[in-house]
Design a protein around this ligand. Structure first.
Ligand code: HC1
Ligand code: SF4
Length: 581
């Protein structure tokens, strides 16, 4: 290791550390806006400048700590008058070309620029010239891009290109008029964006945000003619609390249900229920494909970002996709058929709302094929962040809420449904059911640990008795579309073959979806939010009395009273879909 001195403290650093990282390990915070751990280090914002000398010789200018490599004998000062003045000046320059309507900004309260301006005492913007032309693109169902808020840090560009392997955003224009935009300034609707929202969660300001549907949902709740039901995705409970100051990695399931009831939803359900339903359908589909010579590997179809990625980039794999709709859509279809019939509610008066950790779910809910006999499965899909805003608008004191439970007859769920929200969870949930069905037993060994973790691509195999013969079933899991591409290439080339694959569009799965609460770049250096949020779901699974989808009694009743059997005629009409080339 290398010894450097930072603000008089001797710090042990690794040879390839930057000064920013070495300082962070020593508990010294250096401000920064463009740096994002593991994603972006372009020295674009120049807010992380420091004074540096090596063996007593001062370095020229003020180097940026995010790209400055540590050297033996380096002496760094992070808060001299010269540094503070430079930081303030750079912040002022950023503000000069930034829309400053902070009071009406969706990031008010968690804007990283605002926070630094406060910390550095920026109390005026002395540059009063022309500002960049503002362009707001709300052409897609999912994402709004506002060039007036953009500070050109490049975090979204790097995330889209490097993390997701997509690259639809880039710098365009020159000098003062530089902007971040899709090529030829196309609208977000018209490009190969998969609406994953990873660019939103990496944005330090409000240049990227979800397209909000809060107002339509309030309107439906206020309308006495409407019966408004809500479902919450598995991953929401693992992160919603963060919006109310609760530590990352804390479950708020019961409070979330209580808040939804106070907001005024007529019934509160859980997407975990339809995650269990998905396992019944998808598990059956897998067994049919394996025994009847269907297309293999079968690939999961719950993640709409992944589905769009596949449609746009790997159409030769469309036959491999499970025909199952996602749990979000299955839930909507069941609410407007089975539930409506059971309680004799006119499906036209039913409004089905979902709370998702995802921005792509908004686009999925609006896909033309996501309806049955002209009735939409899901009318409005909100992000976790939007739900937090509704809770605040309703004046609910979230922290003091008492836990409440979901409504019946489509509200029960098992541990298998809960873990859908973490990468590998759908695979593990499916194995629990498929193994029981094939062995005819109620197996105790249900924690498939090889499915868990955050490695980008994971492989596993299980041996199961299929048609009287012990058969090895080969499995793979990928999360984040860059990893999905790698996995698909290895299958295309013939290097690998599998029976069953889980792919989620976002790195880490839904717990790290593009609709989840923002985590500042600084926080991301300190903790692993993906691991912490995933742990919430695995802990909830372990606590639940029933942990296998086929043992969900309300799912059993749904089949006996209504659907008859998995992958039967009614299921195909309500719960399965097709894909677009
Ligand atoms: Fe997901 Fe899914 S797990 S896709 O990540 O299959 O969004 O949480 O709701 O639909 O269940 C998201 C999460 C979610 C679906 C389920
Ligand atoms: Fe790229 Fe995803 Fe953002 Fe679209 S939503 S621009 S694919 S990161």
């Amino acid at each position: 290791s290398i010894k450097v001195t930072i603000n008089g403290i001797v710090v042990e650093a690794q040879p390839d550390d930057t000064v920013l990282l070495a300082a962070q390990r020593a508990g010294i915070k250096i401000p920064s806006l463009c740096y994002l751990k593991g994603v972006n280090d372009p020295a674009a914002c120049r807010v992380c400048v420091v004074e540096a000398e090596v063996n007593g010789v001062p370095m020229r200018n003020l180097p940026a700590a995010c790209v400055l490599q540590v050297q033996e004998g380096m002496n760094i000062r992070t808060s001299t008058g010269k540094v503070r003045k430079a930081v303030r000046k750079n912040l002022e320059l950023i503000l000069a070309n930034h829309d400053r309507d902070c009071l009406t900004c969706v990031r008010n309260g968690n804007c990283e620029l605002n926070k630094l301006c406060e910390e550095f005492g920026v109390d005026q913007v002395p540059y009063d010239g022309a500002v960049r032309e503002r362009h707001i693109d709300d052409s897609s169902y999912s994402i709004v891009r506002d060039s007036g808020k953009c500070i050109l840090c490049g975090r979204c560009i790097s995330t889209c290109k490097n993390v997701q392997g997509i690259g639809v955003l880039d710098y365009t224009g020159r000098g003062f008029n530089t902007r971040v935009a899709p090529a030829f300034e196309y609208g977000m609707r018209d490009i190969d964006c998969i609406y994953c929202g990873q660019c939103i969660v990496s944005c330090p300001v409000a240049a990227l945000k979800e397209k909000s549907n809060i107002d339509q949902v309030w309107e439906a709740i206020d309308d006495p003619e409407k019966f408004v039901v809500v479902q919450t995705a598995p991953a929401v409970r693992a992160a919603l609390g963060e919006e109310f100051g609760i530590a990352i990695g804390t479950a708020v399931t019961g409070k979330m249900v209580a808040a939804l009831k106070q907001i005024g939803f007529d019934k509160v359900f859980d997407t975990n229920f339809s995650a269990d339903l998905t396992i019944m359908e998808e598990g059956t589909e897998l067994l049919q494909r394996v025994t009847k010579g269907g297309v293999l590997p079968m690939i999961t179809s719950c993640s709409p970002g992944w589905i769009r990625y596949c449609e746009l980039n790997y159409p030769d794999f469309l036959e491999n996709l499970s025909t199952c709709k996602s749990p979000q859509q299955m839930f909507g279809a069941v609410v407007k058929s089975y539930y409506a019939e059971t309680f004799q509610i006119d499906p036209k008066k039913l409004v089905s709302v979902s709370i998702m950790p995802c921005t792509s779910k908004k686009t999925e809910a609006n896909r033309p094929e996501m309806e049955v006999d002209g009735i939409r499965d899901v009318d409005f899909s909100l992000t976790t962040r939007e739900l937090a805003r509704m809770i605040k608008q309703a004046g609910i004191d979230f922290l003091s809420l008492h836990d409440e439970a979901t409504d019946s007859v489509i509200g029960e769920y098992t541990g298998a449904g809960v873990i859908f929200g973490a990468s590998g969870g759908v695979m593990e949930a499916a194995l629990r059911t498929v193994a029981d069905i094939l062995t005819g037993e109620d197996l105790d060994d249900i924690e498939y640990k090889e499915c868990r973790g955050l490695e980008g691509i994971r492989e596993a195999s299980v041996t199961l008795p299929i048609e009287g013969r012990d058969t090895e079933i080969k499995l793979a899991i990928a999360h984040g579309t860059a990893n999905a591409a790698k996995l698909l290439e290895s299958i295309r080339s013939g290097e690998k073959n599998y029976h069953f694959i889980e792919i989620m569009g976002c790195p880490g799965g839904c717990i790290n979806g593009g609709g989840q609460p923002h985590i500042s770049a600084r926080k991301r250096m300190e903790l692993d939010s993906k691991a912490l949020r995933s742990a919430v779901l695995y802990a909830e699974d372990a606590r639940l009395p029933v942990r296998k989808s086929h043992m969900n009694t309300e799912i059993q009743k749904l089949y006996s009273d209504y659907l008859s059997e998995p992958c039967g005629h009614k299921s195909h009409k309500l719960l399965h879909t097709h894909y677009q080339e």
